[in-house]
Write a protein that binds this ligand. Structure first.
Ligand SMILES: [Zn+2]
Length: 203
């Protein structure tokens, strides 16, 4: 029986003084849904995608994704629960040391306001946030725990899956078939799924 791929987005960033409010969040979720709809097309496990902002701790399975949307690195869950090392500029993904669940997070102020709390919102902010979330979820599935399926930053010709350290993602980037194929490969290889960190989801 095919199942729904649920992508749980957990908002801990408020609305950035209106720069990323409920309507922006809805658009961002709809964009992510179109991304994953394309990805799951030839993945037997899934027949639908649901992206939601209102998930509860008991909802995600190892075949779903969870991504925390934080204001900035200051609130990093990865820094608190992970095994150390430096955080990414726009987001980070790492195993929690205590229970070996996967933590993905993005930093909204960096993505939407280029890190300046008083800065104006960037163009295509909803798409840019969706792109950064897809990038972190690719790490989640592909290279942040064993087996390493694809080293996301070494993927050639990917748009969202590539080395973003020197060249950040933009709001006009969109996943291509190299990105989609890499994530599909991850779904094929990770036959037990990837257990997601749910500890900071609402109960
Ligand atoms: Zn990365």
């Amino acid at each position: 029986m095919a199942q729904t791929l649920n992508v749980f987005l957990v908002n801990q960033a408020g609305d950035l003084s209106g720069r990323f409010d409920d309507s922006h969040r809805k658009t961002c979720a709809a964009t992510l849904k179109t991304y994953f709809d394309a990805i799951i097309k030839s993945v037997a496990r899934y027949n639908a995608v649901d992206v939601k902002w209102d998930g509860k701790q008991g909802d995600p399975t190892a075949f779903d994704f969870v991504c925390y949307v934080l204001t900035s690195q200051k609130g990093s869950i990865v820094a608190k629960k992970g095994s150390g090392g430096s955080l990414g500029i726009s987001g980070s993904t790492m195993l929690a040391t205590a229970d070996k669940t996967m933590i993905s997070e993005v930093y909204l102020q960096q993505i939407v306001q280029n890190g300046d709390p008083r800065g104006n919102a960037t163009a295509n902010r909803e798409t840019l946030v969706a792109n950064c979330i897809l990038h972190e979820l690719a790490h989640n599935l592909l290279d942040a725990s064993t087996p390493i399926v694809t080293d996301v930053h070494k993927l050639q010709k990917g748009v969202i899956l590539r080395d973003t350290d020197t060249r950040p993602l933009t709001g006009t980037d969109a996943p291509n078939e190299v990105d989609n194929g890499a994530v599909r490969g991850g779904f094929g290889r990770r036959t037990s799924g990837v257990k997601q960190f749910v500890g900071e989801m609402p109960t």
